[in-house]
Design a protein around this ligand. Sequence first.
Ligand SMILES: *Cc1c(COP(=O)(O)O)cnc(C)c1O
Length: 478
Amino acid sequence: MANIKFFNTESFPLEMHKVCTVQQLTIPSVERRVEALYETGFNSYRLTTDDLYLDMLTDSGVNAMSNEQLASMLRADEAYAGSATYKRLSAKIKEIFNKDYFLPVHQGRACENMLARGLVKEGDIIPMNFFFGSTVNQIKQCGGTFRIMLCDEGLKLQSDVPFKGNFDLEKLESFLKAERGRVPFMRIEAGTNLIGGQPIALDNMLAAVRLCKEYGALAVLDASLLQDNLYFIKTREEAYKNASIREITRKLADAVDIIYFSARKLGFARGGGICLNDSEIYERLKAFVARFEGFPTYGGMSVREMEAICVGLDDTMNEDVISQGPQMIAFLCGELQKHGVPVVTPPGGLGCHIDAMKFVPHIPYEQYPAGSLACAIYIASGSRGMERGCIDEPWEDGKPAYGAMELVRLAVPRRVYTVSQMRYMADRVAWLYEHRDLIGGIKFESEQHKNFFDRLTAVNDWPYRLAEQFRRDFGDSV
Ligand SMILES: *Cc1c(COP(=O)(O)O)cnc(C)c1O
C-alpha cells in the first residue's frame, strides 16, 4: 500500500483495489471437516474446494486478475503462428527485462525442462541459492545434479536477517573454482520458495553473477517469485530505497543471462516463459519448445493468458500492487505471533510459514509433524494450507532427503483475501495452538504409495477429540 499512517489504530494492510467480481464461500461444519479428512486421506492436496473456506494451499495460478487483465484477454489474437499477442508480450518482456528473445511455455517447470535439456549434460553441477522440486527433477533427468549455496542464516527459522535467501559468496566462489568446466550455469531463485518465501538482496545477486562471469558460467534467474522479492529489495535494502521498481528490475535483468518464470505466480495469470539475448541458446531452446510445448509463439499457453501476463507484468512494476502480498503476510504472521504461534521470521513472500516442529513438538518426525498440523488447521478453520516438509520433499532411498524444515505454509494468493479473513485464520490457529496437545500424527495408508498426493490417515482418533474440543469452545459456531 502507499504510505498510510493511522490515527487511532495499529497499522494494518490497506487494500489498494476494489472488488469487481466475487466468488461465494461457505464454511463447512467442524463435523464435516473431520469427515472430509477421512474421505480424502488426510492430505490437503486431496481436499476439494467445496469443502473449503479459505484455500491457502498455494499462490500458483490463483492470484486475482484485474479488470484491465480481463479486458485485455478479449483482444487476444488466436493464431497458431505469429500472433499479435505474441508480439505484444515479447515487446513487454523487452521493455521490462531488456531481453530480445522470448519463449512462451505452459508453466514454470516447462521452462526448467527446456533449460535443462538445452544446457545440462551428464556430470554437470548446478549451483543455486536453494533448490525447488521442479527444478531439481529436470536437472537430474539430464544427468546433472545441484549444489545448495545458501547462506547459513537461511535455514534458521527465527531470525531478523532481512535477506535469508542470499548466496554464501565464499562457498560459491570455492565451488566455482573447484568445479570449473562442470558448471554450465548458476540458478538464482528470487525469492526462495521452500525456506519461507525469503528474499535475496540485489547486491548479493550481482556479486554472485560477477563470480559466474569470472568462472565462465551463465547466470539464470528463476523469477517466479520475483514480485515479492522486488518489494523486499525496495523496502529492506538501503542502497535501493530510492530506486523505482522498474529500475531495480532492470539492474537485475541486465546482470543475468537468462530469466525464466512461472506466470502462475509472476504476472497474475497462468503460463510461463524464458527470456534471453543469446541467439544460439535461443535457437536451441526453441527447438525443444516446438517439440514439447507448442509452436514457439504460444508454447502451450492460451493466447488469452498471454495477454493477461502482458498487463500483469506492468502491474508488477507498481509498488502499490506488489506491496499487498508481503504486507498481508506480515500482518498474518504478526497476529499469530501475538499468541505465541511459532512462525518463520522475518515474514517473507508467498505466505505465512508456521514452524511445525515447535508447534507440535510431541509428534515424532515419522508421523509427519507438518502434515499433521496442516490437517489440524483444516479442522480448526475449514481452510487449507500446504505441508512443506518431509512429505512434500524429494525422497531418496526411502528417506526424506532434506528434512531440515517442517513447515505449514498458509499461502496468501495475491489480491484475493481480505484483512478480516486473515484475522479469522489467526484466531483459529491461535485457538489450535492453545489445544496443540490434542493434535496427533498421521501415517500413509500404504507402504507402496508414499508420495505427496497419496492417502494418509490419523494414527488414532485425535481428529474427533479435537473436533469435540472445538464444539465445547465455540458452541454451534462453524
Ligand atoms: C512455482 C515455482 C516453480 C515452478 O513453476 P510451475 O508453474 O508450478 O511449474 C519454479 N520455481 C519457483 C521458485 C516456483 O515458486
